[in-house]
Design a protein around this ligand. Structure first.
Ligand SMILES: [Zn+2]
Length: 328
């Protein structure tokens, strides 16, 4: 079981034990940064539960494992935001719920995976709640999220939670080497900027432009914090061009200010990453309280942009608030 998962050993050991002792829960919350292996672990968990090979559960070769890998096995349902949509709609959750009372097609379990669970609208989360409160014996839910804080506490409390930690560099390098051949210098840079997420490292390797773009935005936000008010509007305009860009940059900003938070508290960066000049500049500019207030503001923005809002206006509000926090 779980041979395909690099790292996350504590979690996979727990899950294996639950399967072997028949103590599988009805609801799980897999949290941790994007691209870290949560969905892959959920898929491997589903294979281990439903595989046809009794002696090697989650064999990876039988028809069930193959179909789960290709996300077309009827007893493993996966929903997430539809392409181009920022949120998981109540209609998607209702469709999933409507099938819960149907017995699994084969095997003992139906596994319902909600990928990007933080993007469920509050009404969608509420409609899910009842199914979690009164689970049918053969249904298992796996909620996958990079922002567990935005999941309703009433839902979180009904799930067994596993938090996925950043991976170490050797594990990430192993994953990268399975995906293709990359220049070693680029790999080292991607590792340093990955924050311990193999998905992010691969993303950066395949999109060197993104790295440049991030550096650009960090410079702009720095000017804003230094009091350049015009940046409120230029940043808001640039970021509001597209919802996906907004979402990605917001996640990056949150991650960034978390790193600054670590430095301000005197902790090392994850994965023995070295602070770069931008880290140092922000570190000198911000204090603990201000930095945390900024993170809170960014999380509020994250909750807001799930809805059909005027992105430009919301970004302006967000940056004005951040500027006020900095001015004190
Ligand atoms: Zn199998």
């Amino acid at each position: 079981m779980f041979e395909k998962i690099q790292g996350h050993q504590t979690i996979t050991n727990h899950l294996s034990k639950e399967i072997n002792t028949n103590e599988v829960s009805h609801a799980y919350l897999f949290s941790g940064m994007d691209g870290i292996g949560k969905k892959k672990t959920a898929r491997e968990f589903a294979k281990a539960l439903l595989c046809r090979d009794e002696t090697n559960k989650g064999c990876g070769h039988c028809t069930v494992c193959t179909q789960i890998e290709h996300e077309n096995y009827p007893d493993v349902k996966i929903i997430g935001p539809k392409p181009g949509e920022a949120s998981i709609k109540i209609s998607q959750v209702r469709a999933m719920i409507s099938e819960l009372s149907i017995k699994p097609y084969s095997g003992n379990w139906r596994i319902n995976i909600i990928d990007g669970a933080e993007r469920m609208t509050p009404e969608a989360q509420n409609s899910l709640l009842k199914s979690l409160e009164e689970p049918l014996s053969y249904n298992i839910f796996i909620l996958i999220t990079s922002h567990a804080q935005t999941i309703l506490p009433t839902i979180r409390s009904r799930c067994q939670s596993y938090h996925f930690q950043p991976l170490n560099f050797p594990d990430i390098e192993k994953i990268i080497s399975e995906e293709g051949e990359f220049d070693q210098k680029a790999v080292t840079e991607a590792l340093m900027a990955s924050g311990g997420s193999p998905g992010m490292a691969l993303y950066l390797l395949n999109n060197s432009e993104i790295q440049k773009e991030r550096t650009h935005y960090l410079r702009e936000v720095y000017s804003l914090l230094k009091g350049d008010e015009i940046k409120v509007f230029t940043l808001a305009e640039a970021l509001s061009k597209d919802k996906t860009i907004s979402q990605e940059m917001l996640e990056f900003f949150i991650h960034w200010f978390y790193e600054v938070d670590l430095l301000l508290a005197g902790h090392p960066l994850p994965n023995s990453g070295q602070p770069n000049p931008a880290h140092q500049a922000y570190h000198q500019l911000l204090g603990n309280e201000k930095n945390q207030a900024i993170i809170k503001t960014l999380f509020e923005m994250m909750a807001t942009i799930q809805y059909n809002v005027n992105l430009r206006l919301q970004w302006e509000k967000c940056f004005i608030k951040i500027m006020k926090i900095q001015k004190g």
